[in-house]
Design a protein around this ligand. Structure first.
Ligand SMILES: Nc1ncnc2c1ncn2[C@@H]1O[C@H](COP(=O)(O)OP(=O)(O)OP(=O)(O)O)[C@@H](O)[C@H]1O
Length: 239
């Protein structure tokens, strides 16, 4: 089976103080094969993040299923998976990167990457050396390794975020507008990072505002229109 199969997925939100519901997305269908990179574009508020957050199970859907082909559990419907399974998958198989760095306060960048590896059961000395390799790989200045990331620039925070997520070698990586607040130079760096991840066989789903950024990078691009996904021609590297 595919790495990910999304079937008739729909999500609405209840706005309690108004006593109303809002349909965020409906009838979403797509498949993601191993090693593929799917890009999602669309207007602000069209439901792109809702799809990604539902794959990560931050949100629970109302309809449909999201079947994920797990290394550990076989085919799992991410909507029905137990909390324990979800925690395992987040730790070992599915990564999520956004422009925001949500990490433990007063923890240095080196410690944050180390912790990700320790959580996976790596011994301390391996965690230490792999963390340094990852920080080097993602070009975080060694002067920043023992600093707290709250003072980092947007690009530095993002590269640390990507290092924390990818050091675990996730099989599936979700990128939620990671380049939103970056300048052109930093965006280029992120593009190179994504290219490297692709070469290493990581399967990716990414949201980007910038269609130019996706040019030649994604295997397929979908556009959110009227709460549904429509396949876009001409942006992907399929020609
Ligand atoms: N937790 C929530 N509670 C209520 N409504 C929500 C919630 N999350 C999203 N929505 C609504 O669902 C719709 C889709 O939001 P979503 O964040 O998925 O859009 P998006 O395409 O990712 O937007 P952007 O590009 O601006 O980040 C919007 O109308 C939004 O207001």
């Amino acid at each position: 089976m595919s790495m990910l199969e999304i079937i008739d997925f729909g999500k609405q939100f209840t706005i309690h103080h108004l006593g109303k519901t809002r349909q965020a997305v409906k009838e979403i269908n797509f498949n993601l094969e191993k090693g593929e990179f799917i890009g999602i574009v669309g207007k602000s508020g069209s439901g792109k993040s809702t799809i990604l957050k539902s794959i990560y199970r931050t949100y629970l859907p109302d309809t449909g299923s999201i079947l994920y082909n797990s290394d550990r559990f076989g085919t799992v419907d991410l909507f029905k998976a137990s909390e324990r399974q979800i925690l395992y998958l987040r730790k070992h198989e599915i990564g999520y990167v956004s422009q925001f760095l949500n990490v433990m306060p007063r923890t240095t960048s080196r410690q944050l990457v180390e912790q990700a590896l320790l959580e996976m059961g790596e011994p301390e000395e391996v965690a230490l050396s792999e963390a340094e390799k990852a920080l080097t790989h993602f070009e975080l200045d060694p002067k920043l390794w023992d600093n707290y990331p709250n003072t980092f620039s947007g690009g530095e925070k993002l590269r640390l975020n990507i290092a924390i997520a990818t050091v675990k070698k996730p099989r599936l990586l979700l990128l939620d507008e990671p380049t939103a607040s970056l300048d052109q130079q930093s965006k280029l760096k992120v593009r190179q990072i994504i290219e490297k991840l692709k070469v290493n066989g990581t399967t990716l789903v990414g949201i980007f505002h910038d269609i130019e950024f996706m040019e030649g990078l994604c295997d397929k691009v979908y556009d959110m229109k009227a709460r549904q996904l429509v396949r876009e021609a001409g942006v992907s590297n399929e020609g």
